[in-house]
Design a binder for this molecule. Structure first.
Ligand SMILES: [Zn+2]
Length: 412
């Protein structure tokens, strides 16, 4: 490579970085004037006007619909994210239902289809065919509206460590299923690829973005999410970012050891939280194993909540025992990660009061805005399909951060 082309490479990388900085800043501020963007990003005003011209021409930015009243002799134009011609697509699979969703690059909903999954339980090929068919229908709808699909994010109720394979999705009976490829081989190619993720961390991120839109919580940056529905999962958001660890599995609270030399866990270790507080264990302790086998896990967890609320003795004892373990986990997590807020998902959202009974010295660590102490432990706000929102929000941010590399400037 010649010195000239190397210099060109470096300068084009810097330019992409700066274009990305402008887009992610406008996204974060929900629209801003050029001077404000320059101030936030540290970019020189001259560079700023050049970058914004490129982004306006590429339809990634547009003049905001509501402009501030102009002062005499001075026009201050507010810019906002455009990208209405580009779509990030997501599909989340649950045990017997699924959601296909597309947002534009400004985060506005373009397409949404909820569907029942009526294929044979655990038949990965049949489920991949169904999801691919509905994604293809979504693409046809977008294309008819002159919108270009850029990426596809698949989300499954289980653990994914390599972006390719579902390591475990026990409710689907899947162990080691290459679901990304099963779907990718059945849909047209996406310029920014087809991706696969597990639901819990992505749902945690979606809860984080939902909370930040609430009055007084815009400054939230550190949050911890704990969910129990199919197994036990969670997410750690630190400095506004979802922590992933070196294998993409952080945070796996079900496999934190809580009983030294305890029962053997499916992961090959002894005494994990899952051996004493997995939903299957709690349902068994509550005398609901048969109910679960007949009606499925979601219905059995609803029945568990109903019986515990009604004061039924066996169910109440099983819930009390489970919450004791979850409080221990929360207590340790607060000291390990120092979150400002904790969000409880799955059936744990019904037991916020029980899980907020932590020692006072622990509760004193929690707080953001006017949510302090026990109030900083909140039920999840978004429903069963939170994770697909988290997945496409994260994808949108990744694309915005490197618009040239991700091919966004080429599509006008
Ligand atoms: Zn384990």
């Amino acid at each position: 490579m010649s010195t000239d082309s190397r210099a060109h490479l470096v300068s084009s990388d810097v330019r992409d970085h700066n274009l990305g900085l402008v887009l992610t800043t406008v996204d974060r501020l929900g629209g801003a004037a050029r001077a404000e963007i320059a101030l936030e990003t540290g970019l020189a005003r001259s560079a700023m006007s050049n970058l914004s011209a490129v982004l306006l021409e590429s339809r990634l930015l547009r003049p905001a619909e509501e402009q501030p009243v102009a002062r005499i002799g001075r026009r201050i134009e507010r810019l906002e994210l455009d990208g209405r011609h580009l779509a990030v697509v997501g599909a989340q699979l649950e045990v017997d239902e699924a959601l296909v969703l597309a947002h534009d690059l400004g985060g506005r909903v373009l397409y949404r289809e909820a569907l029942q999954v009526r294929t044979a339980h655990g038949d990965a090929e049949a489920i991949a065919t169904l999801i691919a068919e509905r994604v293809t229908a979504c693409l046809a709808d977008l294309t008819a509206r002159s919108i270009t699909p850029i990426s596809l994010d698949l989300v499954v109720p289980g653990m994914v460590t390599d972006g390719e394979t579902v390591k475990y999705a026990l409710d689907l009976g899947w162990i080691g299923v290459p679901f990304r490829e099963l779907v990718a081989s059945r849909v047209p190619a996406f310029p920014a690829g087809v991706h696969l993720g597990g639901d819990a961390p992505l749902a945690g991120y979606a809860e984080f973005t939902a909370l930040r839109e609430e009055p007084g919580l815009a400054g939230l940056t550190n949050m911890y999410y704990l969910k129990s529905a199919t197994g036990i999962g969670g997410a750690v958001i630190m400095d506004g970012r979802l922590l992933t660890g070196s294998h993409g599995t952080l945070y796996a609270p079900g496999h934190v050891i809580v009983v030294p030399d305890g029962l053997l866990c499916a992961c090959g270790r002894n005494g994990c939280l899952a051996t004493v507080a997995d939903p299957e264990v709690v349902l068994r302790n509550a005398g609901l194993s048969d109910f679960r086998d007949r009606k499925g896990l979601p219905a059995a967890l609803e029945e568990l909540i109903r019986r515990a609320r009604a004061g039924e003795e066996v169910a109440s004892a099983a819930v009390t025992e489970a919450m004791r373990w979850f409080r221990m986990l929360l207590d340790n997590t607060i000291f390990l990660y120092e979150p400002e807020l904790i969000v409880l998902g799955g059936y744990l959202a019904s037991f916020v009061d029980e899980l907020s009974r932590l020692p006072q010295p622990t509760l004193e660590w929690l707080g953001c805005g006017n949510l302090r102490g026990p109030l900083a432990i909140q039920p999840a706000r978004r429903g069963a399909f939170a994770a697909v929102h988290g997945a496409i929000t994260l994808r949108r941010l990744e694309l915005l951060a490197a618009p040239t590399r991700c091919g966004l400037l080429a599509v006008v």
